[in-house]
Design a binder for this molecule. Structure first.
Ligand code: DON
Length: 303
């Protein structure tokens, strides 16, 4: 398969969408990013690597970090994790409060903000130095020792984080947060602020193809747990656009409001794409198009 040519062809084909959508501006630091950027990278389970355009430029991974946090939590808690967070798609926006109130503070899944905040709290209870542990884990997954937090982005999100503050207060009211809410929120914002490139993200997500036993920085997951993690990405990774992403792309994946999307073909490859302009559901316009074309041209999706 000539993945390189396919990536280059895809880029030409999606150029008409380059000015569609708008970058996230509810986190002021993200509004400063030049929206006219695009990168894509593939890593195959056979050890090949392909990339095109700005695949080495780092960007804010935002909600993509929720997959890393879930992997750590699943490794630490096993199936007990599902007592504190559900695994059903929400059909609502990533920062919605509606369901959370009706369902008495049990988040629908680990990828909506409420679910990721509960997981952040759990990691804080379990780990001596959660900030350092989280970095150690993603550095080992990505093979990049200098991947790190962007504290300006984290602070910028804290300053305007009214919705997440409402979410964690509701969670605390229902007895679902053990630690100080300000500290938990800050840890959550730091995880979201991590900056990685498409090449680093594709490398990190190769671990979720099960190409080798999952054992990174002491966090182990059986192949059955990896299957389940992919299942949750498939059903919940794109919030109220999870059905559309499954329909168009047909791969488990996860998006972030920094404009990144990662997806996994469990047998063949991981792919990361980035372009800051988002659609109304918070997912990268060019990223969605690129992945739709990738699985169309390669005929490699899980369906
Ligand atoms: O909590 C937030 O709003 C952001 N830190 C993350 C949101 C996000 O990336 C949603 N995904 N598309």
């Amino acid at each position: 398969m000539d993945y390189q040519k396919i990536l280059e062809d895809i880029y030409q084909e999606i150029l008409p969408f380059a000015d569609k959508g708008a970058q996230a501006d509810y986190i002021p630091a993200l509004a400063k990013v030049n929206p006219d950027q695009f990168g894509i990278a593939i890593k195959t389970t056979f050890g090949e690597a392909y990339s095109y355009m700005q695949a080495q430029t780092r960007f804010s991974i935002q909600s993509i970090s929720k997959v890393f946090a879930l992997a750590m939590a699943l490794s630490l808690e096993g199936e007990d994790l599902w007592k504190i967070v559900g695994k059903e798609p929400s059909g609502t926006a990533f920062n919605s409060l509606i369901q959370l109130e009706v369902e008495k503070g049990k988040p629908r899944n680990p990828f909506i903000n409420a679910g990721a905040i509960v997981i952040a709290d759990m990691l804080m209870s379990r780990l001596e130095d959660p900030d350092a542990e989280f970095l150690k884990f993603i550095r080992e997954l990505s093979g990049s020792e200098d991947v790190g937090y962007n504290l300006e982005v984290a602070e910028s999100e804290r300053e305007k984080g009214y919705l997440n503050a409402a979410i964690i207060n509701l969670l605390k009211h229902h007895g679902r947060i053990q630690n100080d809410i300000e500290n938990v929120l800050m840890f959550y914002f730091r995880m979201c602020s991590v900056e990685m490139s498409c090449e680093e993200l594709a490398q990190a997500f190769l671990a979720f193809t099960n190409y080798r036993p999952f054992d990174f920085a002491g966090y182990r997951l059986s192949s059955s747990k990896i299957k389940r993690l992919n299942a949750v990405m498939q059903t919940c990774g794109f919030y109220d656009e999870a059905g559309e992403f499954t329909y168009l792309v047909g791969l488990p994946g996860k998006s972030g409001v920094g404009g990144g999307i990662v997806a996994v073909h469990p047998a063949h490859y991981s792919v990361a794409v980035w372009s800051p302009r988002l659609n109304s559901k918070g997912n990268s316009v060019m990223g969605m198009k690129a992945l739709e074309l990738l699985t169309t041209y390669t005929q490699e999706s899980i369906f």
